[in-house]
Design a protein around this ligand. Structure first.
Ligand SMILES: *Cc1c(COP(=O)(O)O)cnc(C)c1O
Length: 397
């Protein structure tokens, strides 16, 4: 059984803050500064370039990839860390398209994160062979999986509403018509149990700065299923994905399997922060996290619906169809979120009218949920959001 008092104690959380935005940027584990500092001193200070081998920096993307693989039901040796999620989606999509050269459609949904859609549009443009991105409403995806589809590219949990696709069912449906799947796990990894091999997923990618708590700018990861790993081509042929990077050959030769998805020099300081974050995850049971997350989300929904009838639930009511976040529509959602943040309850706002709250059992408990509901109810029922300073739009919401 996961000890949630212990996990909460692993994080630095500012006094008086109820942090419901760990789905955007996780808080800092207490162990992280020392772990990052160790890379600076003594590793970098004393070993200089020798640190690549001596301190294990060079193989960290693969070493951490294996630790992530164990958390998402992936086979060891089939996950590698690096770059950003947008880039890993691009690589996965390019590799997937190349496996279906006679098809031209990338199918996704209109709720997908814009960067994933932009990457697909950019790749289609670069290919210039008639490849196009087709987006349909999330609930209509299944019926559009036809034999014109080369790649089904979806984010399992919708960043805005928390709506969850059935990864296993949709992957099977895609395979029935001969399509390849690319799954984005941005709001799944660390939020709910993921079983990539069990779902038969072909490619997947995710990030580590949201639920995983590896810090701003922490790298992404990519998964390539064993059946494709020896054939998948990376669109970004960087030297770190070469079979012999230090042979400095003129021509590209892919490294074995998922290692070919490495691109350039890894972010070593950020990888140290990721290591510290994973140390915590290895002490918890993902099924406990899921059970607790559902409990917290249900408690929040019930509390808000009872005390703030002006807010309308934007997330699925059925917990099984939801990730680990709850969103509400409210016309003055932006101002209401600013008012909440001013009172120490940090969530975020997604246009046009969504107030979004992430529930992260590692450091959020039922008492935080109750307090957040109380503060929200005051803001809504007394119109405390109705002040000019809460309506000034910031660049980052
Ligand atoms: C957060 C998020 C991203 C962000 O991509 P970066 O390249 O890491 O900035 C991409 N896709 C989804 C679905 C996300 O939620």
């Amino acid at each position: 059984m996961t000890d949630f008092a212990w996990t909460r104690d692993q994080f630095h959380l500012p006094e008086g803050v109820i942090y419901l935005d760990g789905n955007s940027l996780g808080p800092m584990p207490k162990a992280t500064p020392a772990r990052v500092q160790q890379v600076m001193e003594p590793e970098w200070r004393d070993q200089l370039i020798g640190g690549w081998v001596g301190a294990g920096w060079h193989l960290a993307p693969e070493r951490l990839g294996d630790r992530i693989a164990a958390m998402i039901g992936a086979e060891a040796g089939h996950v590698v860390v690096g770059d950003t999620l947008s880039i890993k989606i691009y690589q996965a999509l390019a590799a997937a398209l190349a496996l279906r050269p006679d098809r031209r459609v990338i199918l996704s949904d209109t709720g997908n994160f814009p960067s994933d859609l932009y990457m697909a549009q950019g790749l289609a443009h670069t290919l210039g062979n008639g490849t196009r991105l087709k987006t349909v409403a999330p609930e209509d995806v299944a019926e559009h999986i036809t034999d014109e589809v080369a790649v089904l590219m979806l984010t399992e949990v919708d960043y805005r509403t928390g709506r969850r696709h059935d990864m296993k069912v949709l992957t099977a449906k895609a395979h029935e018509v001969g399509a390849i799947t690319v799954w984005d796990l941005a709001h799944s990894f660390g939020a709910l149990p993921v079983d990539l091999a069990g779902c038969g997923a072909d490619f997947a990618a995710g990030c580590t700065y949201k639920y995983i708590n590896a810090g701003p700018g922490a790298p992404a990861f990519i998964y390539v299923a064993p059946e494709h790993a020896g054939r998948a081509c990376t669109a970004l042929q960087g030297w770190q994905g070469h079979d012999a990077p230090f042979a400095f050959e003129q021509d590209y030769r892919p490294a074995t399997e998922v290692v070919r998805m490495r691109v350039g020099t890894p972010p070593v300081l950020q990888l140290a922060a990721l290591e510290a974050a994973l140390d915590i995850w290895e002490q918890v049971d993902m099924n406990d996290i899921r059970a607790r997350s559902i409990e917290l989300c249900e408690r929040f929904i019930a509390g808000v619906e009872e005390s703030c009838p002006q807010l309308r639930l934007a997330s699925p009511r059925d917990a099984a169809q939801r990730g680990s976040q709850v969103s509400f529509h409210f016309e003055e959602g932006y101002a209401a979120m600013q008012a909440l943040i001013a009172r120490g309850v940090i969530g975020d706002f997604r246009a046009p009218d969504i107030m979004r709250f992430g529930f992260t059992p590692l450091y959020i408990g039922p008492e935080d949920v109750d307090r957040a509901v109380e503060i929200l109810a005051e803001i809504i029922n007394w119109d405390l959001w109705d002040r000019p300073e809460y309506k000034v739009k910031a660049i980052i919401t």
